[in-house]
Write a new protein. Structure first.
Lengths: 407, 341, 286
């Protein structure tokens, strides 16, 4: 069992409590709040404004991976005919649906409604259809047209389409909950979201400092509240505390690693099932992941002015996974330069095609523009059976020795 | 005549045709992809890798452009890879809606089609008039009707002949309709097919090469119906020939038989498949899936469960570039043995 | 290789109490596999003789050699056999066969004959592929799943490791069970990578039987996944050469929580037996 080999945060217990409470409340105590299964890129502000209790099967998938339960759950799904090439989050979830006793915490609470938004991938459409069949729960699909434009701007008709669907989503949830949405409440939840997202962005930006106060696993673990608790007061409070602690580290030049020799950028989802073991290979070389593209997905710009519905439509359509490889390469170049990294590592994640397809070209573009070398590692974010530690170590060794040689 | 290639049956050929191009379906050939590995991981489907490989090998140099629509995650990424590798080519994606049953889908799609048409007009300095669109719609509807007729006479043709006809239809001018295909049916295949007793329905995305049809012919089984992108779903539903042509094209997109990348209703596809089996009195169903094709892989468990409930036997084939002949044959043969027992 | 550890044994068998000259219907089944070929001769649906030979480069020759071995010293000739069914990987290359049937149909029928009418799930682990077959009370195929894409659960897969560890194939099973504690299974999805993983373990100081245990467990897990997909129903039986590997069989049973009926005959002949029985049915229907 690997352990982290870099500085532990003082806010770590607060994080733990926050998430434990979330899962306990989801299972045992959410009076008057129907359970909504929500995808990570869905506009949860509307869900909270109507007093539903959102739970995140993707976050739960990460938990299954981290707790070593995902392989078994995936096998349950595969026994039912689900291809082992499908997303491991989804396979774990299907496994949980069919055999909850093998799942951590005895599984997620059954959904009263399902809300899926395609801005992250096409898998969530099929996954939530499977959940809808299994639980007989009503399903709402938010269709956010993909942006191929080089400027990363959605078309006006795409925004109009998404905004119209958001109104439809409100009507759908009003019907399910027999409540009426108070627009004022939506506005308040939105403000809380914006505040949390801004704080999270600031936390990430502080890692531009030398040495970096945080390493990638810190970012992965601490992003959980921004995904699962976005729109709540607790979420804002947590990120205020985190920001204070990180600011303090920066002020005293406290490094996440014992000695930061190299600064790296990470691309794609974390390797949850081998989180510490994998990143410790880099710690061996004094390499710190000071920035990543994944957790930045929830550091998006949200509009404080203007029509909130249109603002939400715009924010959720423009998330990075709904953008072309050209835009993502540009964003990565920006991060490489601003965070002053020595190289970057891309996780070619067989479970996540939208994130991984295009990596080979992004890598080429980024190296051409910045001169920094990139390493591609093949693994899976949630299926430990697709993780070959010996092969991965060899590749990391080659890459790091290459960086060492560059001086 | 200049050609524009497309990779998905949801592409609106009429718009390309009205702009003066011959729309041509791009299908991978049987050469194992080698160059595509520099851009696409090994866990992407052979359709994506095969089509890109064709382009990288220079086999698509006669195409003035390539058009995608929004379907699965791999194709979504491929569209941008294609743009990156061929920066001077016209590469566009028509971002079709996923929720076909959304009350806002029509309005959105109409606007998206107008955007696409404008981009096409701008790049090639052409005008796509309503009149030209209506003429193209009539031409393509005629082809759809001819294919529907061909399907109605399916029993007269061998499976390989069916495959050839569909392949040629998708790569030849739409004006050449009907006539050339009736010549395909020979006296020979008429007689052979009357001997065939077992009828199967084939399900999948595309069928790119004739290994399976050949095996079915050898073993004396008939394809009574299919749900392929380059099969029955290609010509499903006509476009209205009156009213605004863009509105009519959009309406057909939303009404036609849906692929697993789209959502109309929870059990829409299941109902369609069961209907196909019952209407054509099929003895069994063969899933012809490409490895790493996520949308079809997701539909498999609920479809298999529905077929099990109705006591309809089914077989799953998972293939790569070319269906491996020995492995495919033994499975199909064993399946047919099972059906005849 | 100095010693060919991967060689499977060849043999013949004759029923002591069957007189073919008194028989009404004489049929035969020839199962030409990628690794071995079996020929089975039945008289009125009763086992008369069989032979197991390694498959050489020529399938027709292998089929003929196996047939001749089975008939040797009986006075019965190939021409006198009423109906011959060819099956297996090389089934189209049995020139003297009247008909070919897939090994799926033949294994189903063969398992039904050899084990009895209560069999519902047949697992066949052969030379090159591995299949799970569901059958009904008459020995007819109800459903099947094949794995011929990877070496898990196949003779080829075992040969790779037997060769690497320099252990005779027949001893692999027993050796793999001689461990105090069951080690973690090798993690590689593919036997090619499992081989390099096994090498790594040996270098770390693992003993041969420990590596065998890890490898056998990994194989058993893959085969178990195949069986779960088709659904295991009692009685569960195993045919094919790997049924003789007690290391894999034991681990498979443990993983699935079900015991396989132990055979009191040679499990490798199931396919050819089924073929011979199907031949009998064909002859009767003529």
């Amino acid at each position: 069992m690997s352990e982290r080999r870099y500085k532990k945060l003082k806010t770590a217990p607060q994080l733990k409590t926050l998430l434990e409470r979330h899962y306990l409340a989801a299972k045992y105590f959410h009076p008057g709040k129907p359970i909504a299964w929500v995808t990570s890129g869905a506009p949860v502000e509307i869900v909270r404004a109507l007093d539903l209790f959102p739970v995140y099967p993707e976050n739960y998938g990460a938990l299954c991976g981290a707790r070593g339960a995902s392989a078994e759950l995936c096998q349950v799904a595969e026994a039912r005919g689900y291809s082992p090439d499908l997303c491991a989050y989804a396979r774990s979830s299907v496994g949980m649906m069919n055999d909850a006793k093998r799942a951590p915490l005895g599984g997620l609470p059954r959904p009263d409604v399902l809300i899926t938004c395609g801005n992250i991938c096409g898998t969530v459409l099929k996954w939530y259809e499977a959940a809808a069949r299994h639980y007989g729960a009503p399903l709402f699909i938010l269709d956010t047209p993909f942006i191929h434009a080089d400027d990363g701007e959605p078309t006006p008709h795409a925004i109009a389409y998404v905004a119209a669907q958001l109104e439809e989503m409100i009507a759908f949830l009003e019907k399910q909950t027999r409540r009426k949405l108070a627009r004022e409440k939506l506005f308040n939840v939105l403000m809380l979201s914006i505040e949390a997202v801004n704080l999270w962005r600031e936390v990430r930006e502080m890692c531009r400092a030398r040495p970096s106060p945080l390493n990638a696993p810190d970012l992965f673990l601490n992003m959980a509240p921004i995904v699962t608790l976005r729109g709540t007061k607790e979420c804002v409070e947590f990120y205020r505390a985190l920001k204070d602690e990180v600011a303090e580290r920066v002020a005293h030049k406290v490094s996440a690693l014992p000695e930061e020799k190299y600064r790296l950028l990470w691309d794609n989802i974390a390797i949850w099932h081998h989180l510490y073991k994998f990143y410790n290979h880099f710690v061996d070389y004094g390499a710190c992941f000071v920035v990543d593209t994944y957790t930045g997905g929830w550091a998006m710009r949200m509009n404080e002015q203007g029509d909130p519905i249109e603002g939400l439509a715009r924010t959720y359509t423009q998330v990075f996974l709904n953008q072309s490889l050209q835009v993502r390469a540009r964003d990565m170049i920006d991060l490489v330069q601003r965070f002053d990294v020595d190289g970057f590592v891309m996780h070619s994640n067989r479970s996540c095609k939208p994130y991984s397809v295009g990596q080979y070209d992004i890598r080429r573009i980024v190296t051409e523009q910045t001169g920094k070398p990139g390493l591609i590692i093949e693994a899976d974010h949630c299926d430990p059976r697709a993780y070959d530690d010996a092969a991965i170590r060899a590749r990391i060794q080659m890459f790091m020795e290459g960086l060492q040689a560059r001086g | 005549m200049k050609k524009i290639g497309y990779l998905c049956t949801y592409v609106l050929e009429e718009i390309l045709h009205a702009a003066g191009f011959l729309p041509v379906r791009i299908m991978p050939d049987t050469t194992p992809p080698t160059r595509a590995d520099a851009h696409l991981q090994s866990y992407t489907c052979c359709f994506a890798r095969g089509c890109l490989d064709l382009a990288l090998a220079g086999k698509l140099n006669d195409l003035a452009g390539v058009v995608f629509t929004h379907t699965c995650d791999t194709m979504q990424g491929l569209a941008d890879i294609w743009r990156e590798v061929f920066p001077h080519l016209f590469v566009e994606t028509i971002v079709t809606p996923v929720t076909l049953n959304s009350p806002h889908a029509q309005q959105y799609l109409v606007a998206e089609l107008r955007r696409f048409t404008a981009a096409l007009e701008k790049h090639f300095d052409v005008r796509v008039t309503d009149e030209a669109l209506r003429a193209s719609i009539r031409v393509y509807n005629a082809r759809r009707r001819a294919l529907a007729d061909f399907y109605a006479r399916r029993a007269e043709f061998s499976a390989v002949e069916w495959f050839d006809v569909m392949n040629r239809a998708l790569t030849s001018p739409p004006e050449a309709v009907g006539g050339q295909w009736s010549a395909v049916s020979t006296q020979q295949s008429k007689i052979e097919n009357q001997k065939s007793k077992i009828g199967v329905v084939l399900l999948g995305a595309t069928i790119d090469e004739p290994t399976l049809p050949q095996i079915l012919d050898d073993l004396g089984a008939r394809i009574v119906a299919d749900d392929f992108c380059n099969g029955a779903r290609y010509f499903d539903t006509l476009v209205a020939e009156d009213g605004d042509p863009i509105e009519a094209l959009a309406a057909r997109e939303l009404a036609r038989a849906a692929c697993p990348c789209k959502h109309r209703a929870l059990d829409n596809r299941i109902e369609r498949v069961l209907k196909l089996v019952k209407e054509h009195r099929a003895d069994g169903v063969i899933f012809y899936h490409k490895k790493f094709c996520d949308p079809h892989a997701w539909d498999y468990p609920p479809l298999a469960a529905a077929l099990d409930r109705e006591k309809i036997p089914h077989l799953l084939l998972e293939v790569e570039q070319v269906a491996p002949p020995g492995q495919t044959r033994v499975r199909v043969e064993a399946f047919l043995e099972m059906l005849s027992a | 290789m100095t010693q060919e550890y991967w060689r499977w044994k060849e043999y013949t068998w004759r029923a002591p109490d069957v007189v073919w000259q008194n028989g009404k219907i004489i049929t035969a089944g020839v199962d030409v596999g990628s690794v071995s070929t079996q020929a089975v001769v039945m008289v009125d649906g009763k086992l008369f003789a069989y032979a197991n030979r390694r498959t050489g480069f020529s399938s027709p020759d292998s089929a003929r050699r196996a047939m001749e071995s089975a008939l040797e010293g009986t006075g019965l000739t190939i021409e006198q056999i009423h109906y011959i069914v060819g099956t297996g990987y090389g089934r189209v290359n049995v020139p003297f066969a009247h008909k070919t049937m897939t090994e799926i149909a033949c294994h189903a029928r063969g398992a039904h004959f050899l084990y009895g009418a209560s069999v519902r799930t047949v697992l066949d682990m052969g030379g090159q592929d591995c299949k799970a077959i569901k059958i009904d009370a008459q020995g007819r195929v109800v459903n099947f799943l094949m794995n011929d894409k990877c070496a898990a659960g196949t003779g080829r897969g075992l040969e790779v490791i037997a060769d690497l560890l320099q252990v005779p194939i027949e001893e692999m099973g027993e050796l793999s069970l001689q461990v105090e504690r069951e080690p973690e299974p090798v993690s590689s999805m593919c036997v090619v990578f499992a081989k390099s993983e096994a090498l790594g373990l040996l270098r770390k100081g693992w003993k041969k039987n420990e590596v065998l245990a890890a490898y056998s467990r990994a194989m058993a897990l893959r085969v178990a996944a195949l069986l779960r997909r088709i659904g295991i129903e009692k009685e569960f039986v195993i045919t094919g050469g790997i049924a003789k590997n007690i290391g894999i069989v034991t681990r498979l049973e443990k993983e699935l929580g079900i015991t396989a009926r132990k055979p009191d005959f040679d499990t490798q002949i199931a396919g050819a037996v089924g073929a011979a029985l199907i031949g009998k049915k064909m002859k009767e229907e003529r």
